[in-house]
Write a protein that binds this ligand. Structure first.
Ligand SMILES: [Zn+2]
Length: 339
């Protein structure tokens, strides 16, 4: 079996609002391939278990939420509880149900603070060490994309992928052309003059976790944008297409690769995976507890296709609600109209 090692660099992430555009994956050929975490248990030599099985394990530099918090400068020091909630929330939004398509996910994240983080420092301060937890959260004042003294609120994430196909979350075995992510190092700028508040920290961390899952920056890799209907307009970059993904063979989905260009930010396009601006806007404000857009959910479904199976209790509820519809409808119409 061919086992090559590919190292993937991802991501500078600035908070500046600048160029933008609209989902992007890595190591793909058109809609084929792509780098994902394996849905099936996988043991990697020297790194241990590396897959979605039993959840993706994450660890923090310093070994606790409090220690990790204290690497950073804050405009107002958050309590340990508030910081803990913020970090957990940044992971948990990736497990949320897509409010438009109704699709859930098999992604799960679990704390693994007993495994110390293991970072890398071989590429101008950057790089990936696949050992440590599956996702290591680091704090550095000197990384690939920034140097000591840099005050930008930014992060960089690298993952290590091996040339070995993965099983998909939908049950497809050895998905053709795919490569397996086996470790990610996520680093946030901890220079003393980079001053965070919890909202920005949350948004930045959530974005970087996207990279650790195999998502690319839509405005940096804009020639590789996956969409259903892009025609140059903002509206064609914001509709939901997650339900269009062929769960057993995403490459066979009725989707295409578009070059959406590194164009000035389009009004109304607020994708979390935008490198510049992180999708922050009046429509997707920094304090939005769920900043994932339709395109973010679309790529999640593309990389980690989810099959929703109604449980017996929901079927029963559905039947009950169907039985209630005549009554409910009457009530609705007598009270107000719906748009
Ligand atoms: Zn990014």
């Amino acid at each position: 079996m061919k086992v090559t090692t590919a190292i993937l660099l991802l991501i500078i992430t600035l908070i500046y609002v600048a160029p933008v555009s609209a989902g992007v994956i890595f190591n793909n050929n058109g809609l084929s391939g792509g780098s994902r975490w394996d849905a099936s248990e996988r043991v990697v030599f020297g790194a241990g278990e590396r897959s979605l099985a039993s959840g993706l394990r994450y660890s923090l530099q310093g070994g606790s939420y409090e220690a990790y918090r204290d690497f950073f400068t804050w405009n107002e020091l958050p309590s340990v509880n508030a910081f803990t909630y913020t970090v957990k929330s940044a992971f948990n939004v990736w497990t949320s149900v897509d409010p438009i398509s109704g699709l859930g996910t098999d992604l799960r994240f679990v704390e693994d603070f007993d495994t110390p983080v293991q970072g890398a420092n071989y590429l101008n301060g950057g790089g990936i060490n696949r050992a440590g937890a599956e996702i290591d959260l680091l704090a550095k004042n000197d990384a690939y994309f920034w140097n000591p003294g840099n005050s930008n609120l930014q992060g960089e994430t690298w993952f290590s992928a091996i040339g070995s196909s993965v099983d998909l979350t939908s049950g497809t075995k050895n998905y053709d052309g795919s490569t397996a992510i086996v470790g990610a190092d996520l680093t946030l700028n901890s220079n003393a003059n980079a001053v965070y508040n919890l909202d920005i920290f949350f948004r930045l961390l959530t974005h970087e976790i996207g990279h650790a899952l195999g998502f690319g920056d839509v405005d940096v890799y804009s020639a590789n944008f996956i969409d259903d209907n892009y025609d140059g307009s903002a509206g064609s970059l914001t509709n939901s297409w997650a339900s269009a993904v062929n769960v057993f063979n995403p490459a066979a989905s009725p989707l295409s690769i578009y070059n959406v260009g590194n164009t000035p930010q389009k009004s109304g396009v607020d994708i979390l995976m935008e490198s510049y601006g992180l999708g922050i806007s009046s429509m997707n404000p920094a304090n939005n507890p769920n900043p994932l857009s339709n395109d973010d959910y679309g790529i999640r479904q593309f990389l980690y296709p989810y099959i929703s199976v109604p449980e017996p209790s929901s079927v029963l509820l559905l039947l009950l609600s169907l039985a209630l519809i005549p009554i409910t409808r009457k009530t609705h119409f007598s009270n107000k109209s719906y748009t």
